[in-house]
Design a protein around this ligand. Sequence first.
Ligand code: X2X
Length: 346
Amino acid sequence: MSLYRKFVVGLALPALLAGAFATAPAEAQNYKSEYKISTVVGVPFPWGLSAQRWADLVKERTNGRINMKVYPGAQLVAGDQTKEFTAMRQGIIDMAVGSTINWSPQVPELNLFSLPFLMPDHAAIDAITQGEPGKKLFEIIASKDIVPLAWGENGFRELTNSKREVRKPEDLKGLKIRVVGSPLFNDTFTALGANPTQMSWADAQPALSTGAVDGQENPLSIFTVAKLHTVGQKYVTLWHYVADPLIFSVNKQVWESFTPEDQEIVRQAAIEAGKYGIEVARKGVTPEDPSQLEEIKKLGVTISELTPEELKAFQDATKPVYEKWKARIGVELVEAAEKAVANRGK
Ligand code: X2X
């Protein structure tokens, strides 16, 4: 190499390197080495699978610039899933794939999905989440310093118990039922004559196993993966009374620390992971594909499908609860949801 070239390279290389650093997204240098995603259940529950898919897609598409890790079991909030939203708001948690039920103490409008018998089928859930009510709910969440990106799904919550087949409200009389963290669930089960007890998912499994509670309500994917038949849950009533969507979200400061390009990658990945999660959550529990129901029956579990008349008895018994909570959630929002459901394409 000529002296001249050596001289040029000697000057140019540091200049080039400096240039490279200057043009690399300045913010990217402030990225954390890891972003924590909170979930209540992990892989292989559909919920955990979709959170993991989100992390994987983002890692791949940012060449590892954004490294997200799933922390299941609500462990970032010591198992108290109803604190997840607050912890994410405070920045203790960077991101979450959270159930509308668990966030409803802080976002009361999310109780919408827990109104008994508002959504009769999957098309009804989609009509709400993908329509105007879904947009409105995202605006409400955004006003609380959380950036909501996409919808996922836990699923229709079916009733299970260890004591007897439940086909009518009277069958629930006196049964101790574990419920999740919104007082709306206490009202619903009280109206049905049961004894509801609110507890976290972490506490629910030992409570079922010791018989401290007789029953619970959760999507069938949770029943199957958590093997609830091994903790005495021998009776399942398919009543589709409520469903909990999941919301993929990011703490606002974390979101704002990402470059616009990276924000787009994180958002797009959440949308795709949400769609994938919804697909997995619905697998085997539809009239077209009842394969998961068949698997559960093979475990010696009695699955009760209700006639329209039987279903109506539960609807009638919970109607006052629906009306009370409609007012609390906001009549306008609930009516928009009712309209979306009524006009849904099937
Ligand atoms: O606690 C439950 O029942 C669960 C796992 O479904 C939720 O987090 C809402």
